[in-house]
Design a protein around this ligand. Structure first.
Ligand code: ZN
Ligand code: ZN
Length: 319
């Protein structure tokens, strides 16, 4: 199942050196979720050939302009293109008012329904479908700011149909899908692993928007398969990072290591830096598996290989 994130914008407050304000596109089983919507988001989706008419859910972390100023433009473009599908927007208090007043004073009535969902508190269920659920986490920023945890749901075991014996009942099949061993109608025992394949361990993508660094452990972030974390400054600007409620690359690396994540993706680079490679070098001092959020690139939320447990040995499936 597809679970990947495409970077549309990777810079902080100003455009610089071809980098744009924050925006990401998460693809979960072909459902597209937009995370933040900086000013150039429309241009970026066209440039990177994203079918953005398929975006039905937009998550806005906070109301600093570099994270949402592209939203009203996108809303109008959808209208002009004749969109009829509902659009759901999740964001902090005030976003609804900002958008509604712009629609009011331009006397605009959209062709489609716009639904605002105000983020009230950490861990609130914002969205769920059969594949994933999305919950917010509180960031430490100058104004209210949220990150988002995109957690895949547990899937059922897959039956190996070509080898299923004829003696199995409906209940047997349901039990196998749940991962249970069974006894068939003839009284014969079958281990689950002999007839079914376990699903991948559910994956987790965590998006940490603008925030100051903290050493404490956040349980919601632990063991994320992919963690995006802002890294606005290099280490020599640590004092400035602290005073402006931002994080350095090395701190982002430390945060990833503290949370035992599998991969770290860093972005939200300050426009004072032309070359972003030193961000990766500094983050790697703390966490080796660090990647740079380069615009146009897509990063798979990599699965952890499932472990198939048999009676006498443990084997890795699809090594
Ligand atoms: Zn920002
Ligand atoms: Zn901010």
């Amino acid at each position: 199942m597809t679970f990947e994130v495409k970077i549309l914008g990777s810079n902080s407050a100003s455009f610089a050196f071809g980098r744009h304000h924050t925006a990401q596109l998460l693809n979960s089983n072909q459902n597209l979720f937009l995370i933040d919507c900086g000013e150039a988001t429309q241009i970026q989706v066209l440039r990177h050939q994203v079918r953005y008419s398929r975006i039905n859910h937009i998550f806005i972390s906070h109301l600093h302009g570099d994270h949402y100023l592209g939203l009203i433009g996108l809303i109008f473009t959808y209208h002009l293109q004749g969109r009829i599908d509902e659009l759901h927007i999740y964001g902090p208090k005030g976003l609804d008012e900002i958008i509604t007043i712009q629609l009011k004073y331009s006397d605009s009535r959209l062709n489609y329904n716009l639904h605002f969902h105000q983020i009230e508190e950490e861990n609130q269920m914002l969205f769920e479908n059969e594949d994933i659920e999305v919950r917010p986490i509180v960031m430490d920023h100058r104004i209210p700011c949220f990150g988002f945890v995109f957690q895949e749901k547990h899937r059922k075991h897959k039956l190996n149909r070509e080898i299923l014996p004829k003696t199995l009942s409906k209940e047997n099949l349901l039990d196998l899908k749940q991962g249970l061993d069974i006894v068939d109608e003839d009284g014969k025992f079958w281990s689950n692993s002999s007839l079914a394949t376990p699903p991948n361990v559910p994956r987790k993508y965590v998006y940490c928007a603008d925030t100051r660094y903290h050493a404490e452990i956040r349980p919601e972030i632990l063991n994320a398969n992919l963690l995006y974390h802002e890294a606005t400054f290099l280490n020599d600007m640590q004092t400035r990072a602290e005073s402006t409620f931002h994080t350095t690359a090395q701190e982002a690396g430390k945060f990833a290591a503290n949370h035992s994540v599998k991969q770290l993706l860093i972005g939200h680079f300050s426009s004072r830096y032309f070359d972003v490679n030193p961000f990766q070098v500094e983050a790697k001092l703390e966490f080796e598996n660090t990647l740079l959020a380069i615009e146009g690139q897509t990063f798979e939320v990599m699965p952890v290989q499932p472990v198939k447990v048999n009676v006498n040995h443990v084997e890795i499936i699809n090594p």
